[in-house]
Design a protein around this ligand. Structure first.
Ligand code: SF4
Ligand code: SF4
Length: 337
């Protein structure tokens, strides 16, 4: 398994890491089993967040007696210095540790710089030894570009998958040039990409650390299998990715949810990509009474346009929703998927 070094942090780990958001949905015993199995299988980097309910606690229990053998990153969504310190102390306690390898500002609305409370808190926390490296996560490409240009952060966490645009790829390259580590989230694009081998092969072409969201044993087995069978890009995988990109690019919703909340309470991040989801996952999961009700809410869109101003991909959301609803209704009436 190829290793990757996260910029100037010097953290060097296998290019196959654990995203601990989904473990908040399973029991503590199952989560601890999964985390330890991931370690035994070769994973060394684990990413969590204060916002992922009890995920930090589970990570803390799993690695309490082997803290020096793993790298742990977590995040704070604080917007004030008081909340920053409260979050940091809570994370340290729950993770059962006295330091965090990479502490990240979670989903930053802008690039916080010198003089901003949050950035000053980060520097102070590092000075105190409570955190080893200063990181940040963003979902908007413009914000991410500002972060890279600022040169103030040691790592950037940003969505990256084989659906990446040229601008996303340039961001990764600029990060590398700037000596900043790139942690790739949403490598399966919110569940839309289902071929783990193609996703892994794509990542192996870049200096990025993918954190795969893992909830089930079978998912973990799939990711761990790459430690034994290293995946590299081949002509066949390239052709597969090209074909998938053709099907999915364009007015394609990535499911990030940054357009929400919706004035009419529409679950945009699922409903605006129903046509793709229903064709890529078992379709019956999307034909339940719950989803029928959610999809019908599209009819109450008031065209306020607020969602459009928030979408990082500048999608025409109201029309995209209508297209998805039309297709969904046809499927309900018997159209083949
Ligand atoms: S335009 Fe429609 S979908 Fe967008 S926020 Fe307004 S009501 Fe919701
Ligand atoms: S419409 Fe845009 S902002 Fe909303 S979930 Fe999809 S990609 Fe994200």
């Amino acid at each position: 398994m190829k290793t990757v070094t996260l910029g100037q942090t010097g953290i060097t780990v296998p290019q196959n890491a654990f995203g601990a958001l989904p473990i908040q949905r399973i029991s503590t015993a199952d989560a601890v089993m999964l985390l330890r199995k991931a370690y035994d299988g070769g994973m060394r980097f684990f990413d969590t967040a204060r916002a992922y309910t009890d995920s930090e606690e589970k990570v803390g229990i799993a690695f309490e007696r082997m803290r020096d053998k793993v790298f742990i990153s977590t995040k704070t969504g604080a917007t004030t210095k008081e909340k920053f310190w409260e979050d940091l102390e809570t994370s340290l306690r729950l993770l059962k540790t006295d330091y965090i390898d990479i502490y990240q500002l979670h989903c930053a609305a802008k690039c916080y710089g010198e003089g901003d409370d949050l950035y000053e808190c980060m520097k102070e926390a590092k000075r105190q030894g409570k955190i080893r490296h200063i990181g940040i996560t963003a979902h908007k490409i413009g914000v991410a570009e500002d972060i890279v240009k600022s040169g103030l952060y040691e790592t950037l966490q940003f969505p990256f998958s084989y659906l990446a645009s040229d601008r996303d790829i340039k961001l990764v390259q600029d990060c590398e040039k700037a000596g900043m580590g790139f942690i790739a989230m949403k490598g399966l694009s919110g569940g839309l990409l289902t071929d783990s081998k193609a996703c892994m092969a794509f990542m192996s072409e870049f200096s990025v650390l993918p954190i795969w969201g893992i909830q089930r044993d079978a998912e973990l087995d799939e990711w761990l299998s790459f430690f034994e069978n290293e995946t590299v890009m081949t002509g066949e995988i390239k052709a597969f990715i090209e074909n998938d990109r053709k099907q999915l690019l364009g007015d394609f919703c990535r499911g990030c949810g940054y357009c929400m909340p919706c004035t009419a309470d529409i679950m945009i991040n699922q409903c605006a990509r129903m046509s793709q989801m229903i064709r890529r996952a078992p379709s019956k999961n999307w034909l339940t009474d719950f989803w029928k009700k959610e999809m019908l809410k599209i009819e109450s869109c008031v065209e306020c346009g607020i969602c459009k101003t928030r979408c990082p991909y500048e999608l025409d959301i109201p029309n995209l929703l209508k297209k998805n609803l039309k297709d969904y209704k046809e499927i309900l009436e018997g159209k083949e998927v």
